[in-house]
Design a binder for this molecule. Structure first.
Ligand code: 3PG
Length: 204
């Protein structure tokens, strides 16, 4: 989370796009990638990036079960991101040696994750669940927790999140728009990545 102020949330349905996309993001300064398990090709894309672009750290998103955690670890994912948290997903990630960024949206969910030793959490869906104001409120009772807000984060509101003391990075899909990927417009992806890195540097 400290390494990458913006983690792109990626949906890929064409394995051939995986390596050029990873290279395009890397060229713009982003080396931490989350490929979501939302398409049948997602695991193959993670594998292609892990083998073909070793300079980036590829993780799996939308990890919702122990089986997802095992499958993405086998594919070469180095971390897992989940939209919520269950003890079994946490245990499966520990068993597989995967760092886990679990999603939370309430105080009770934060406490459940903390009980299992997790103190870096994804705030999801960030804008819909309260945005920066929610994170400011949580910084009182949960001052020892650090967050990656994701969901509704854009190039316009990312700086506001990144200036909060309990935010280490943000996640978002805006760096990899579906139409840009479909056209193979890798220079546009690099430009979006570069812009995100520059904004993030200004905010912190
Ligand atoms: C996610 O898929 O984790 C988030 O929904 C990404 O949200 P965004 O598309 O609003 O950036």
């Amino acid at each position: 989370m400290l390494d990458s102020p913006v983690i792109p949330v990626i949906v890929l349905d064409d394995t051939n796009q995986a390596v050029p996309l990873a290279r395009a993001l890397l060229a713009g300064g982003i080396r931490m990638l989350e490929v979501t398990l939302r398409t049948p090709q997602a695991l193959a894309c993670i594998e292609a990036i892990a083998r073909g672009v070793p300079e980036v750290v590829v993780g799996a998103g939308t990890v919702r079960s122990a089986a997802d955690a095992q499958a993405c670890a086998m594919a070469g994912a180095r971390f897992a991101v989940s939209p919520g948290y269950t003890h079994s997903v946490g245990q499966a990630c520990r068993d597989a040696g995967l760092a886990l960024l679990p999603g939370v949206a309430t105080g009770s969910e934060i406490m459940a994750a903390q009980e299992d030793g997790l103190t870096e959490l994804k705030f999801f869906p960030a804008m819909q669940a309260g945005g920066p104001a929610m994170l400011k409120a949580w910084n009182g009772p949960f001052g020892d927790v650090r967050f990656c807000p994701t969901g509704g984060v854009t190039v316009a509101n990312a700086p506001e999140f990144l200036t909060l003391p309990n935010v280490l990075c943000v996640g978002g899909s805006w760096l990899t728009p579906a139409d840009t990927l479909a056209r193979g417009n890798w220079s546009h992806v690099t430009a979006l990545a570069f812009q995100a890195c520059r904004l993030a540097r200004q905010a912190v």
